[in-house]
Every structure is written in C-alpha cells, then in structure tokens.
Design a protein around this ligand. Structure first.
Ligand SMILES: *Cc1c(COP(=O)(O)O)cnc(C)c1O
Length: 390
C-alpha cells in the first residue's frame, strides 16, 4: 500500500490518540529502517526503547520462530519452559527472587502497586496503602498508573482516580514530608524518561531508600524504560548502589514483542498467593522465548559498549549548535534546546532528512538500539546537527 492510502485508512478507522509523523515504516536492519517509499532512516528511537537490538535481529528472531513452531500460548495454569528460563535469567541479573509477567509497563506497575499494598496489608492491616510518587514521573496509562503519574496534564478528563497516591518533589525533604502513617511504598523512575530524561540525584536516591528501608516502606523502582541495558547497566538502580523491594520493567525486555515484568525481591517475594493476581497473556511462551534470548545477551561487556556509545553521542551532542543541556545515562539521552525551538518541528525536520528521534515533554529524547553502529551514530549526529543549525 502507498503511504497516502495507509494514512487515509488509519485516519478513518483508528482512534486519534497519536499525533503521528507522516511516515509508514515497513522494514529494516539494526538501527536502519525503511519506509513504504523505500526511504532509509537512522533510528534513534528503537520504537521508544523497545527494539533493544534493532530490527530484524537474527538471534531473537530465531528464538521466537522456534517457539512459534512448538506452541504459541498455553494458559498460566500450565508450566512452560520459556517463562521459567526468562524468570531465572531476570532474577540472576536483577537480584530479584520472583517475577510476575504481564504484557506492558502499565501492567507491571499495576502489579507492583498491588504487591506493595498486599505486603503492607498482611503486616500492618488495611490503613497503610499510600504510595508516594515523584513529580515528573510517568508510570503508565491505566487509571491507577495515571494516578501515580506526577504530571497533571495526563489527569485531564479521566477522574475519579483510585486514591492513595501522594506526589512529592524529588528531594529528601519533600518526600519525607509526604511520608506518613499510611505510607506503604515510594515509587519512582531513577531516570525520568517521558518527562524529558531527568536523572535523579544519587545522594537523594540513596538517602530516601535508606529512610524507607528503616521504616519498612517499600521502594519500587520503575525500570520500564531505563531497564535491560539501556543505561549501561542491567537496571539503572544498579548504578545507584541500591536494591529495591520491587522493580518493574517492560519496553526493551521483549525485543519488540509485548511483555512486562514485576520483579519481587527478598522482602516481597512471597507476597502473592494463588488467585491474588493473574493475566491471560502474561508470560506468553513466544514472547518469553524471545525475551530470554535478549536477556541472555545483556552482558557486562555489552554494558561497557553501551556506556561508551552514550559518551560518544553526548560528546558530540553537547557541542552542537542550539543544544543547551544533555542529560541521561548510556543510550537514554535527553536534549534541552535553546528556548523557543519547537522539539516537534526538530523531530519532523530530522525525519525528512532521514533520522528518527523522539520528543519527551520539552526535550528531544534519543533511545537508539544498543547495537547501533558507529556509522549509524555518525549519520544520525550529522543530520541532527544540520537540523539544529537551520
Ligand atoms: C512507557 C512507560 C510505562 C508504560 O508502559 P506501557 O508498556 O506503555 O504500558 C511505564 N513507566 C515508564 C517509566 C515508562 O517509560
């Protein structure tokens, strides 16, 4: 189908929730994508941090196809090997004890919220259910995860929301002021992705974790975007020297297929009993076979490479005309541009010139595949610098 035809049908029949760019992508290889007209693009997005090893990744594809040829789904009343293999790998690499599988980041966070409340209910009774969340955080689009999202623009139209979320600034003073007798957990992204790649202060994160640990207030870390090697660590909390009580992840975990995981650590590993939570599709064997392949390849060697690539990009980005600030870790990078420059216009112009970038709030956000090549990085940097010079 030609682009104009796709666009027309899309506009007619798909809910208008996305302000799409005028491109229909069709195929690709690694960090290079091709649209329906045959035009090439360098990909600095990975489909919002999902395609960790780019498109058409051979090893992942082989793992997925091999499982497709066996059984594509069984309900969760039976055991499957891919699910257990993935869970074991995740526990090894995260320090968690057990995993619950869902299908998305929001679902992983819903599970985390339920787990935290259940932990507290079992130990302290019904009145200790509040979760402190941070300003500029993002935790998903379901009603509970929206309530947990500290960005008021997401709260228009959809109330009432589930209660029990208290929003604080990311400072020790404000979070401790918001913690009270009803608090069961704090939930945060250590690198806030959707609001513009804001890296939380290490000292704050360590102090607040210690403060919560002492009061048996659970620490939930949302690694939906920052996880799975993205920041040059398996999970970003490993770069902060803390161990959470619950961590969630999704985006990059499936290498392009939908999956979410809620990881339960020492304190919370036995919080759920039969019937407490569930998902029809969660832990699907095809998705898990692919994810196990991905996670198996997230090695210390790769993390060093991700750190080096991140530094390489940052060095060039920070010297670019029009760039005021570069934030982020590894291959999760935010760019603050000079005031008055529209990030949407920059993203559109980049696309015209063959580079895909993301925006996040008032910033440009870059989430390239972890296996992006130097040639692809250079091509992308050139386009971005040309666009910013215009
Ligand atoms: C994307 C994202 C989510 C939501 O994930 P979905 O898969 O879209 O439900 C939650 N938390 C963070 C930090 C995210 O970046």
């Amino acid at each position: 189908m030609e682009f104009e035809q796709i666009k027309e049908k899309d506009t007619a029949h798909i809910a208008h929730t996305y302000n799409r760019f005028a491109v229909a992508l069709e195929s690709g290889e690694g960090a290079t994508l091709v649209d329906t007209a045959g035009k090439r693009y360098v990909d600095f997005t990975s489909g919002i941090g999902v395609n960790i090893f780019g498109v058409n990744d051979r090893a992942w594809k082989d793992a997925v196809v091999a499982q497709l040829g066996k059984v594509q789904h069984t309900c969760n009343l039976y055991y499957t090997e891919p699910q257990t293999r993935l869970a074991e790998l995740l526990c090894e690499k995260s320090g968690a004890e057990r995993v619950f599988f869902g299908n998305s980041g929001a679902e992983a966070n819903e599970c985390a919220i339920k787990a935290a409340r259940k932990y507290s209910f079992d130990k302290y009774g019904a009145d200790r259910y509040e979760i402190v969340v941070l300003e500029d955080g993002f935790h998903g689009r379901t009603l509970a995860t929206l309530a947990a999202t500290g960005q008021p623009e997401f709260h228009k139209y959809f109330g009432p929301f589930p209660e029990g979320f208290v929003c604080a600034k990311p400072t020790f003073e404000d979070v401790t002021a918001k913690i009270g007798k009803k608090t069961c957990a704090i939930m945060m992204e250590l690198i806030q992705g959707e609001s513009g790649v804001h890296v939380l202060d290490e000292n704050f994160v360590r102090r607040i974790t210690e403060y919560c640990n002492m009061r048996d207030i659970l620490v939930i870390i949302d690694e939906v975007q920052s996880g799975n090697g993205r920041t040059g660590r398996m999970y970003s909390y490993q770069g902060y020297g803390i161990t959470p009580d619950i961590a969630t992840t999704a985006k990059g975990l499936g290498g392009g297929l939908p999956i979410g995981a809620c990881m339960l650590f020492q304190k919370t590993k036995d919080v759920f009993s039969f019937g407490d939570h569930g998902s029809t599709f969660g832990g699907n064997p095809v998705v898990c076979a692919g994810a196990a392949n991905i996670v198996g390849r997230l090695t210390d060697e790769l993390f060093l490479e991700v750190q080096a690539k991140g530094e390489y990009l940052k060095t060039f980005l920070s010297k670019m005309n029009g760039v005021e600030e570069v934030t982020g870790k590894g291959l999760m990078i935010g760019l603050k541009l000079h005031p008055g420059v529209s990030v949407r216009a920059v993203a559109e112009r980049c696309l015209q010139k063959g580079l895909m970038v993301l925006t996040a709030h008032d910033r440009i956000r870059l989430l390239p595949p972890l296996n992006i090549t130097k040639a692809e990085m250079d091509e992308g940097l050139n386009i971005l610098s040309e666009v910013l010079a215009e």
